[in-house]
Ligand binder design. Structure first.
Ligand code: NAD
Ligand code: UD1
Length: 349
């Protein structure tokens, strides 16, 4: 069977870098398009090292998705079997202050990509959506049939893109699209060579925890301890990033089936964990005591969010393998080997 060429937008980023490694190891060729706004070339270099004999099946094009002529050129030179679309901005707080930046980057980037794909007859897409589209759900676990709501511009870009995908499928049934709603990806590759390396102030729990553990920040601020949960802190469905990466391989296989249309799947573990439970698991994995500062609720935060994973298990034949202790072990392994992310090596290339 011929090797399949997969275009991976945002492939240098956190989830993208783990996914391209799994793609290479599964025998795919991966072509990354990334403007490196929130990522580093070092991640690509490390993926190549981890991929061993498959390293030559990976290439990086430093291109902004909104640069249509460059994207056209790429599609004219390579025939892609499918596209995995990660590229986008993802900081919720920033999206509230700079909505046009988010609408411009995430929506125009996606529309440009879809136009170029259509023009070149490449109509298979896997898109990174988010559990944020469930807003504050009335009950858990969240099934894919729940009503959708966005509470900020970032979340609205996910909702809009989902709707755009449904519309293009209705207009042209040759499209095959899988929308993956990720819950909370955390952890890192077990090698400790690739992981999450946020630029600036970390917005999410695990990158923040990791920076406290390596001494870059004094304490973790806990957003709310008066929720109706096991210990008063927010509950989320944390998912190992390698499991999430494998979910994309499962989605690509699904795209090979006939009549798939435009389908949506939750990717999570189906288990809820509170902030304090996560802190305690991370303390155990790292051997470090994490100082906490209790604060009020963060605006827009849901109380409890976790996935129903039935549909993904049944139709994608995918199920998360790793638990919270594995996630914390691998997050710590990455953090202690790279306390400043890719930064120290960046200046060397
Ligand atoms: P990330 O920021 O690490 O990766 C995104 C990548 O896209 C970066 O490498 C960035 O440089 C690139 N990029 C952004 N805009 C671009 C553009 N216009 N052209 C080319 N490249 C561009 O983020 P991530 O955590 O890997 O997330 C990947 C996707 O998954 C995003 O769409 C995000 O919204 C979605 N998602 C992430 C999470 C999470 O918790 N990390 C949860 C749900 C959904
Ligand atoms: C957040 C975004 C969501 C986005 C996801 C991935 C908000 C409101 N939601 O989800 O749209 O898809 O990230 O980018 O921003 N917490 C603390 N202290 C911290 C950080 C987090 O207590 O410094 C708590 C939060 O209140 C929450 C839990 O940890 O209860 C997880 O937070 P986070 O990692 O930011 O993920 P989400 O809020 O689920």
């Amino acid at each position: 069977m011929a090797t399949k060429n997969i275009l991976v937008t945002g492939g240098a980023g956190y989830i993208g870098s783990h996914t391209i490694l799994q793609l290479l190891l599964a025998g795919f060729k991966a072509v990354v398009v990334d403007n490196l706004d929130n990522s580093s070339k070092v991640a690509i270099q490390r993926v190549k090292e981890l991929a061993g004999e498959y390293r030559s099946n990976l290439s990086l094009h430093q291109v902004d998705l909104r640069d249509k002529p460059k994207l056209e050129q790429l599609f004219a030179s390579i025939r892609f079997d499918a596209v995995i679309h990660f590229a986008g901005l993802k900081a919720v707080g920033e999206s509230v202050h700079k909505p046009l930046l988010y609408y411009n980057n995430n929506l125009i980037g996606t529309i440009t990509l879809l136009e170029v794909m259509a023009a070149h007859g490449c109509k298979k897409l896997v898109f990174s959506s988010s559990a944020t589209v469930y807003g504050w759900p009335k009950e858990v676990p969240c099934t894919e049939k729940f009503p959708l709501a966005a509470t900020n511009p970032y979340g609205r870009t996910k909702l809009f893109i989902e709707e755009i995908c449904r519309d293009i499928f209705h207009s042209d049934s040759e499209w095959k699209i899988i929308l993956l709603r990720y819950f909370n990806p955390v952890g890192a590759h077990p090698s400790g060579q690739i992981g999450e390396d946020p630029r600036g102030f970390p917005n999410n729990l695990m990158p923040f925890l990791q920076q406290v553990a390596v001494g870059r920040r004094p304490a973790l601020t806990v957003f709310g301890n008066d929720y109706n949960t096991v210990d008063g802190t927010g509950v989320r469905d944390y998912l190992h990033v390698v499991d999430l990466a494998d979910g994309h391989i499962a989605a690509l296989s699904k795209l090979d089936e006939t009549n798939i249309g435009c389908e949506v799947y939750n990717l999570g573990t189906g288990k809820g964990t509170s902030v304090l439970e996560m802190v305690s698991a991370f303390e155990k994995a790292s051997g470090k005591k994490i100082s906490l500062v209790m604060a009020g609720r963060r605006p827009g935060d849901a109380e409890i969010l976790y996935a129903s994973t039935e549909k993904a298990e049944r139709e994608l034949h995918w199920k998360a393998r790793y638990g919270i202790d594995d996630m914390c072990r691998d997050q710590w392994n990455w953090a202690r080997k790279n306390p400043y992310g890719y930064e120290s090596q960046e200046s060397a290339i």
